[in-house]
Design a protein around this ligand. Structure first.
Ligand code: NAD
Ligand code: UFG
Length: 340
């Protein structure tokens, strides 16, 4: 299939491009580079062994720009990664988050339907479950109260896309609820490249390991979990990328609306991650225990059985692969894409 990948220069998008090409698909990237570097696309092309990945530096809110892309290419489907994703920033800048994520998706979907491309895979998040009503979380679990505007954009966009598919059943909409993506391509050529202080656990750990930050702060050790630290379902980004290739199969089978959790089904605590990182990589991660981070929940991990049953997708990489590949990327690229 020929796929439009919005946000394809970013962390998950760049890894997904590789798996798409490996599976025989081709792609065109639309990205405004607000949180990415085009060097990622150059490296993706090298890994795949093509001259270049077709790329338009276009904002998805720019209707004319998107029209030009759709006039130039015929797409079978869109994998829609483009969006702002920093939880804390979304609390400080709610308008910017609602405008970018929601207006952008509305413009994208409108241009898609005008060009008769009605197949979309949307990057959603486990955050839509709020403080989950059941653990492990199945797709049947009711959506919950999000604790920040970023989470609400995901929850609202799920509803928008669900309603659009309901009104026009010729749409195929796949909502993929990611758990906690970590790791990097095993080549160490592409990976997560956060701007400023990382919000997420794994990039913080790798920046401590590489000497950019003195120590990790662990946000609370008094949760009702085995060691008191927060438990999450970390998933290797290459497994996550392959989940999108599998989701294309749902579209080929004319799924209508389909929702899948993409996780491993295993919950690891913050201390489990720190200990695995130290053991596998032989690097010490100094840490202190700090107070809880507002909005955090104790435990969040998936039941990923539906994706396995219906798509034949299952995560293959384990915690050792995740911490190894995260470190490999950071070690080889201490300043991300900025220096090479
Ligand atoms: P990322 O920031 O690395 O990638 C997103 C890309 O979208 C960036 O390259 C950015 O420049 C681009 N973008 C943002 N707004 C745009 C716009 N208006 N027009 C065009 N391009 C725009 O983030 P990521 O980690 O790769 O996440 C990809 C998607 O997955 C996002 O929608 C994110 O919300 C979602 N998601 C991520 C996580 C996670 O922990 N990384 C978890 C759940 C869901
Ligand atoms: N943590 C620390 N110290 C840090 C960073 C995180 O102790 O410096 C802890 C958190 O308290 C939490 C765990 O590590 O217990 C994971 O935190 P992350 O920030 O890495 O991930 P979250 O589960 O909070 O959120 C992530 C994304 C969200 C997404 C959610 C579910 O940031 O966008 O996963 O997919 F919605």
């Amino acid at each position: 299939m020929h796929i439009l990948v919005t946000g394809g220069a970013g962390y998950i998008g760049s890894h997904t491009l590789i798996e798409l090409y490996k599976a025989g698909h081709t792609a065109v990237v639309v990205d405004n580079l607000s949180n990415s570097n085009p060097e990622s696309l150059r490296r993706v092309a090298q890994i795949i062994g093509v001259d270049r990945i077709p790329f338009h530096q276009t904002d998805i809110r720019d209707r004319e720009g998107l029209e030009a892309v759709f006039t130039k290419h015929h797409f079978d489907a869109c994998i829609h990664f483009a969006g702002l994703k920093a939880v804390g920033e979304s609390v400080a800048k709610p308008w910017e988050y609602y405008e970018n994520n929601i207006s952008g998706t509305l413009v994208l979907v409108d241009v898609m339907r005008k060009h008769d491309c009605k197949n979309i895979i949307f990057s959603s998040s486990a955050t839509v479950y709020g403080d989950p009503a059941e653990i492990p979380i199945t797709e049947q679990c009711p959506k919950g109260q999000c604790t920040n505007p970023y989470g609400w954009t995901k929850s609202m966009l799920e509803q928008v896309l669900t309603d659009i598919q309901k009104a026009d059943p010729s749409w195929n909409v796949v909502l993929l609820r990611y758990f906690n993506p970590v790791g990097a391509h095993p080549s160490g050529r592409i990976g997560e490249n956060p701007n400023g202080t990382p919000n997420n656990l794994m990039p913080y750990i790798t920046q401590v390991a590489v000497g950019k930050r003195p120590q990790l702060g662990i946000f609370g050790n008094d949760y009702p979990t085995p060691d008191g630290t927060g438990v999450r379902d970390y998933i290797h980004v290459v497994d996550l990328a392959n989940g999108h290739v599998s989701a294309l199969k749902a579209i080929e089978c004319v799924c209508g609306l389909a929702i899948y959790n993409l996780g491993t089904g295993h919950g690891y605590s913050v201390l489990d991650m720190v200990n695995a990182f130290q053991r596998v990589n032989g690097v010490t991660i100094p840490y202190t225990i700090q107070s809880r981070r507002p909005g955090d929940i104790a435990t969040c991990y998936s039941n990923p059985a539906k994706a396995e049953q219906e798509l034949g997708w299952k995560a293959k990489f384990g915690i050792d692969d995740m911490v190894r590949d995260s470190w490999n990327w950071q070690r080889l690229n201490p300043d991300g894409y900025n220096e090479n």
